[in-house]
Write a protein that binds this ligand. Sequence first.
Ligand code: ADP
Length: 601
Amino acid sequence: MSFADEANSDVPTLPGTHSGIPTYLLEKARKEKETVFETRTKPINERQRLPVVPQGIERDDFLKALAELKGQLGAEHVEVNDKPLRDGWYMEHPNTHDMMTILDEEELVASAVVYPSNTEEVQEIVRWANKYRIPIFPISMGRNLGYGGAAPRVRGSVTIDLGKRMNKILDINPEDYTCLVEPGVSFYALYEAIQEKGYDHMWIDSPDLGGGSVLGNTIDRGVGYTPYGDHWACHSGLEVVLPTGEAIRTGMGALPGNNTWQSFPYGFGPYSDGIFSQSNYGIVTKMGMTLMPNPGGYESFLYTFQKEEDLAPLMEIIRPLRISNILENVAQVRHVTQAIAARGLPRATFFSSSGPIPNNIIHAAAAKTPVGDHTWAYYGMSYGPAHIRAHKLALVDSEFLKIPGAKKIDTSTLPPDEYFWARDRVAAGVPDIHELRWVNWTPNGAHIAFSPVSPIRGTDATALFALGKAAHDKYGIDFFPAFCVGLREMHLIVEIVFDRDDVKARKAALDCLRDLVDEAAELGYGEYRTHLVLMDQVAKTYSWNDGAIMKFNEKLKDALDPNGILAPGRCGIWPKRYRGRGWEMTRDSGMGSEGNGVAAD
Ligand code: ADP
């Protein structure tokens, strides 16, 4: 497909394409696509490094093994990745590589992609991988953007795209408020199915963008913005194919004939679900999820705060309100620079020099927006009938307005396209696509996240803000901090937006992130989730008692995956065959991702 064909094709829709957009967002998605392609200059490059074959197997043996798999799954369900790498965009994303690559684009790529249709076929693929010692890498939707997208950690892995053919909503239970989904069910698709059935007594919980897989996002511990925002905490029951090919069901799913798999997560004995989250110990083929009761009313609110120093007192106010559930959802405290970027205009509209965009330019731009000038904005939502909301909102108002210059924005004055309304929809369980806009800040916009966890405290927020600002200034990068406030902790989410076709910009972004991870760790802050290229570094920061947790993880890996075939290196966990051969990506390894071979049997 040429660049022009790619730019001009229509946005795929649900239910025709499992990863498509629902019709209520189609017009908006078409506009988003137009903007993405307007700022794109990166060509679709001819491949330089073909064929891609994983280390540890000869090319001919690999091709024979693929032919065997074709015989098992059907030739059309095994695709060799030898065509030019097409980045697409959010709604037409690739499953062969990271569309937001921070390394050379041919670094983190799959050798082939396979499409199982059920759990038994996943088991067959796993047994095949063991037979030939081929690394495999499962994805659900592959929209894990900012953390590696669909890319495998080990170059040349065979990607198992579970979502394409395993995309059924197996059950929606309107009495228990639960559902059971396969990997290819997006937040958009789950929302649509619930609407179609007329179950308006149930809400789903969506992340900023609704195109990700409910299952993939949950096992990677993503968050959403209703009171059910901690997705991992809200799931109940997994079906998992182990790296040696056996299938297990966790929790009550292990009891034949049970009717509580989706309502009681623990079952009997050790609670094993945890080891299948942010790991490489299994391929999750089904997951139960709880759904939130419609709270009977809701009301979004927006407060702005004028000065950078308001951050500390604001956090002190938020903490007790959040812990006592007066502030009810995973709220966002966003910096004005990101608010300006979220308007979707390229940075060059405001500032054409290099180096971070100056504060006065950002504030001048903010003053012209409907929300007005500010430094921090708090987006929240209150739930329940009006009289219950009134009580909570009055408390919030009296507390927030203690900060001099704080303003409650009259949201009825905000135009329909304002970012606030996207936050409003998402916090009411309606998935959106608005959040993409700040990626247009640079041409060929890509983003990668730094996401440390801290208590909800003024001193911590200030320390992380200062650390982030200094590193961004050092590398001449615009700083987009947003604090996502959970119940007793917050994640600072810093998205670095960079031109993925610019080698220098990619390197600056990666160097900046490497500094951030180490400097944060020195202060006692660790990441809650990270990109493939940072996994080794982040895992090393969790080093208490001489790296005891990684020793434990490796012990589990070796026991569960003796041939080291499943997602080697994911979350910094390397199987025995790879250890001690320079596979870790660190500051010293630079922009390369590969190590020096694997051990023979
Ligand atoms: P998204 O929901 O954002 O589309 P992905 O499908 O990309 O997410 O999943 C995020 C990451 O989680 C993947 O890169 C992969 O490593 C892991 N993952 C996704 N689905 C599964 C699965 N079904 N079993 C095991 N690991 C998975």
